[in-house]
Design a protein around this ligand. Sequence first.
Ligand SMILES: Cc1cc2nc3c(=O)[nH]c(=O)nc-3n(C[C@H](O)[C@H](O)[C@H](O)COP(=O)(O)OP(=O)(O)OC[C@H]3O[C@@H](n4cnc5c(N)ncnc54)[C@H](O)[C@@H]3O)c2cc1C
Length: 392
Amino acid sequence: MSTTLILGGGFGGLACARALRAKTPDNHRIVVVDRAPLFFVGATKTWLALGKRTAEEITRPRGSLLPAGIELVQADITRIDAASREVHTTAGTLHGDDLVIALGTEQELGSVPGLAEVAQSFYGLLDAQKLRSTLEAFSGGAIVILIPRSPYPCPPGPYEGALLLHDFLKQRGLDQRSSIDVWTVEPAPMATAGVEIGRTVVGMLTERGIGFHPSKKTSRVEPARRAVRFEDGAEAPFDLLIAVPPHRVPRIIVESWLAPPDGWIDVDPRTLAVKAKNVGPRVYAIGDVTRVGLPGRWSPQAPLVLPKAGVMAAAQGEVVAANIAATVNGTPATAAFDGKGHCFIEVGGGKAMRGDGDFFHMPHPHMDAHPPDEANYQSKVSWIEECLRPPA
Ligand SMILES: Cc1cc2nc3c(=O)[nH]c(=O)nc-3n(C[C@H](O)[C@H](O)[C@H](O)COP(=O)(O)OP(=O)(O)OC[C@H]3O[C@@H](n4cnc5c(N)ncnc54)[C@H](O)[C@@H]3O)c2cc1C
C-alpha cells in the first residue's frame, strides 16, 4: 500500500485529493492534513463583507467536500522533512510516498507599521465579518483601499472590492458623501495579464469616480492622523481604511528549508515538482504557496510569475494527482499544467466581467476579457456553488 500526504485542504489540496481518489485503487491511502475545520471560497468574502451572504452560506465542513476513502486529519503541521517525506503535526508524525504541499499563504499585517492598528480587510473570514459591521454603521467619508505589498491572492480582488463598495454606497444613498480611492504598489491592476486588462479595470474605476493611484509603496500608516504615508511623500487620509494584508510564504515552509523568507516554493511550472535543494522526487507544491515562473514577458527586464488564484491551485492539484496516480498504476506520468485559468470581476448591479487567461502563452501571457454582463455573474455564482458542493 502506498500513501499520498496532502498538506492543506484548501482549493489545491481538495482538488488534488478528489482527483487522486477517482484515479487510484482503494488500497492507495490518501491523507489530507488541515488545521481549520471549515473550507470557504475566497471569492465570496466581498459578499460577506457587504452583507449579501452569511458565513454559514459560504462555508462548508472540509470533510463534507471529500469523497469516501480519504482520511482528513485536523491538525497543525509543524515541520516538513521533504527529503524523507516525513511530516510532523500536532496529531503525530506522518510519512508519505508522495507529498503534496498546498499550504497557501500567511498574512503579515505587522510588516507595514501602523497597519494592524487601524486597517480592516475582506481577505479573511473574520475580517470580512468585522468589515460588514463597520459598513453597516458607515455614514459616509473617505474610503481608502490599500494594496501595500505584492503578490497577494486574487489580483482582481481589491478592484472588485472597490467596484462592489461603490455599488453598496450608492444603494444606501451614501455615494455623494463618500469617496473611494485605491492606492497600490502595483503599476496597474492585474499587470501580469497585460496592459489592456489593466486599462479596462482602471476605466471601470474611473467611470464610477473611484480614484486610482498606482506604483505607491506604503511606508507606514499613521493611526492617530488617520493617514497612509507613501515612500514618495504622498499621503492618503482616510475615514475607513480597507487593506489587502501583506502576504508571505507560511513560516513552517521557511523553517523546513523549502523557500526563503521573502520568497515562495520554487516549482517546475508543468509538473509542480519542488525544485528546492535537498528535496528528492515525489515532492510537489501547488497553489498560492508556490512561485511558478512564466515563459513569456511584457518587458525583457521583468520576469513574470503566475498569479495566485484558486482556479490555478485546483488545476495544479489535478495535474499532480494525475501523475501520482500514473505512478501508482504503473503508467507513464505525462500530465502537465497548462497555465490556463479564468477569473471573474464583479462590477455591481448583478454583473461581472470574465477573463480567460493563458499565462504560458508566448511571447507574453494572454487574456481574453468578456465585458460585464448578467451571464458572467451567473457563471460566477455557479462556479462558487460548484466549489461548495459535496462530491456526488
Ligand atoms: C477576497 C478574495 C477573493 C478571491 N477570489 C478568487 C476568485 O474569484 N477566483 C479564484 O480563483 N481565486 C480567488 N481567490 C484566491 C483563492 O482563494 C486562493 O488563491 C486559493 O485559496 C489558494 O488555494 P491554495 O490551495 O493554494 O491555498 P488555500 O486555499 O489558502 O489553502 C491552504 C490550506 O492550508 C491550511 N494550512 C496552512 N498552514 C497550515 C498548517 N501549518 N497546518 C495545517 N494546515 C495549514 C489552511 O488552513 C488552508 O485550508 C480569492 C481570494 C480572496 C482572499
